[in-house]
Design a protein around this ligand. Structure first.
Ligand code: ASP
Length: 433
């Protein structure tokens, strides 16, 4: 059976178990889910554990195989341009929908204050995390690591990508054939060993997904969903359109692939993103998907995807636009064209700044709220939307990861570095087994 089908079964069974525990009030089932909850966390750790060696190995090998700094610059330019463009269109889509649906005008003040009160303490915990969010200037400077080993140890992906790219490009210029081959073989080995570990870990994915989803569903407040339903639907509708209209058009026009085929091939990565809420944790699987299921060469995928997991977040950008408009509408703060243009800029930047981990988007949302004069409403505004954030986080992560893969396809095609396999390859786990 294909991996994505197995994950899908895990997901469906997880939803069923979660619903059963919640709606039938089965305490023993709830206790059992709480007992196995660490399995989900262990799985995310196992897959995250491989991200650093994978990035170092695959970027160094990818950059060295290009063997040409100009080519690297060209791929980099196309990638960054694509990322900025799609994030901007995603924000604009979010703004259009918020103006059309006006989700914030549909909540009465009593529900509003009730929600704000219920989530006040969680919101202030999020705000504390945000105090550590660096400025844009620091963010840019921090791309250059003082010490690449420290960047790796701190899981700072952007400086690590920067270093690995330069190091890989330099290897291709090493004069001595022996020395060059020795370093390259070493990193190629690191890369291959990382891939083997991913295959092992992925065999656990369906079970881990079951646990992750069951716990989320069992804890989810259905009553909350009712009051925030229109807001949640606005975000989900935007995410759907961004994926199945905007990104699908890009796949068709620039990637020259039938979108239905593309979405079938990336299904495992999408389901995985949904279950883990983390672009970083999904990165190993997106690289695998790009290389073996979409036939994109390592020279493109090894650069485009790690960078995408770190900076490209179409889903987060759209969500931040809708959330900001929702909070403004709920408190009756008018958002004129100027304010909305500010949202376009700051939501794009705030999404770039968001890390590829769960809930990162709600933390950098603070930057957007402050930029349009909602500073005084930050705490209560975030408290308002926290109740449904988990499900929106899962959904926006799917779009974030899809956007990265679409970029890999577009850049891969334009660089003639893509050879789509005619047949769907065997499932990830089966090949190793
Ligand atoms: N969880 C998202 C991701 O990893 C980031 C976010 O919170 O929006 O891509």
């Amino acid at each position: 059976m294909q991996l994505h089908n197995k994950i899908l079964i895990g997901l469906a069974a997880g939803v069923a178990a979660g619903l059963l525990a919640k709606l039938a009030r089965l305490d023993w089932l709830m206790a059992a889910l709480v007992f196995v909850e660490p399995v989900g966390a262990a799985f995310i750790r196992l897959i995250t554990m491989i991200v650093i060696p994978l990035i170092i190995g695959s970027i160094i090998v990818g950059a060295a195989s290009l063997g040409d700094l100009r080519k690297l610059g060209r791929i980099g330019g196309k990638t960054v341009f694509y990322y900025l463009l799609t994030m901007t269109t995603s924000v604009i889509l979010g703004l259009l929908l918020s103006n059309l649906i006006r989700p914030g005008s549909r909540i009465d003040p009593v529900t509003r204050d009730h929600l704000a009160e219920q989530f006040a303490s969680q919101a202030s915990a999020q705000l504390k995390l945000a105090e550590r969010t660096p400025s844009i200037k620091d963010l840019l400077l921090d791309i250059i690591p003082r010490n690449p080993v420290k960047a790796a140890a701190d899981f700072d992906l952007l400086p690590l990508i920067f270093f690995s790219l330069i190091f890989g490009a330099a290897i291709s210029l090493v004069r001595s054939d022996d020395a060059r081959a020795a370093v390259l073989h070493f990193f190629a080995g690191v890369n291959q060993a990382s891939t083997i570990i991913i295959h092992w870990v992925m065999q656990l994915a369906p079970y881990a997904v079951f646990v992750l989803i069951a716990v989320v569903v069992a804890r989810f407040g259905v009553d909350l969903l009712q009051s925030l339903l229109i807001y949640a639907v606005t975000v989900l509708l935007g995410l759907f359109l961004q994926t199945y209209v905007t990104l699908a058009i890009l796949v068709r026009v620039f990637g020259r692939i039938n979108p239905a085929k593309f979405f079938r091939r990336i299904a495992a990565a999408q389901l995985f993103a949904f279950s883990t809420s983390s672009s970083n944790a999904t990165l190993p699987l997106s690289i695998e998907t790009a290389e073996t299921r979409l036939g994109i060469s390592k020279s493109v995928s090894s650069f485009v995807l790690p960078l995408g997991a770190t900076i490209n977040m179409d889903g987060t950008a759209l969500y931040q636009a809708v959330a900001t408009m929702f909070i403004a509408q709920i408190y009756g703060v008018p958002m004129d064209l100027g304010a909305q243009l500010t949202i376009v800029l700051t939501a794009t930047l705030a999404s770039i700044g968001a890390a590829g981990v769960p809930s990162a988007g709600i933390i950098t949302l603070i930057i957007v709220l402050q930029s349009v004069g909602l500073g005084a409403r930050v705490e209560s505004g975030i408290a308002l939307i926290l109740g449904v954030d988990r499900i929106l986080d899962m959904s926006r992560t799917v779009v974030n990861v899809t956007g990265d893969l679409v970029c890999a396809v577009c850049v891969g095609r334009s660089e003639k570095a893509m050879n789509l396999p005619a047949e769907e390859p065997a499932p990830v786990a089966a090949r190793e087994g």
